[in-house]
Design a protein around this ligand. Structure first.
Ligand SMILES: Cc1cc2nc3c(=O)[nH]c(=O)nc-3n(C[C@H](O)[C@H](O)[C@H](O)COP(=O)(O)O)c2cc1C
Length: 164
């Protein structure tokens, strides 16, 4: 099946996921690899990647998703706040609302992604509170992601979809 990998990545985390998907699928079937673009619409299967911005995908990705009439879609992405499947599910549900009804979601994978130091600086400047502590701990936890374990889990999700 011909496929395209479209993704948005500001700081490189989601790009790591996109690269792993590219590595494990047959190169001959890849019609497009890069930021969301019309060229990708020639493919039957779209790998749509995003970083999480205010709890959902960036606007450019949302607009791209709304044009995926009749496509099979695999979502992948990263979020600064990880560790909870419920949180990831919420993000995916929001992102999914951008798809037309005729699109079919074939799989998904989200993991945590490190954030820039400026984010920690902002937390540091806040008055001490349990919320501030939680956010600083989360920042530290995010620093090592996506890691090899995340990429292996992504690979598994992609292979399962391909074999289904
Ligand atoms: C402006 C901005 C807004 C963000 N909003 C969220 C958010 O709402 N939820 C979240 O979990 N992470 C949020 N993040 C963290 C990023 O989604 C996370 O670091 C992601 O891995 C970045 O991916 P990239 O390296 O592919 O750009 C935000 C980051 C930035 C810079």
């Amino acid at each position: 099946m011909k496929y395209a990998i479209c993704y948005e990545s500001r700081t490189g985390n989601t790009a790591m996921l996109a690269e792993r998907i590219r590595q494990i699928l047959p190169a001959d079937d890849c019609l497009y690899y890069g930021p969301p673009a019309e060229e990708a619409l020639a493919a039957e299967l779209i790998f749509a990647g995003f970083w999480t911005d205010k709890g959902t995908c960036p606007e450019n990705t949302a607009a791209f998703l709304s044009g995926l009439e009749g496509k099979k879609v695999f979502f992948f992405g990263t979020a600064g706040f990880g560790g909870s499947e419920a949180y990831f599910r919420q993000i995916l549900e929001r992102v999914r609302t951008n798809l037309p009804e005729s699109a079919e979601v074939r799989g998904h994978f989200l993991c945590q992604g490190k954030m820039p130091q400026a984010v920690a600086d902002r937390y540091e400047a806040m008055e001490d509170s349990p919320r501030r502590t939680m956010m600083l701990e989360n920042f530290q936890k995010a620093l090592s992601h996506p890691n090899e374990e995340d990429l292996a889990a992504l690979e598994k999700a992609v292979r399962e979809m391909a074999e289904a």
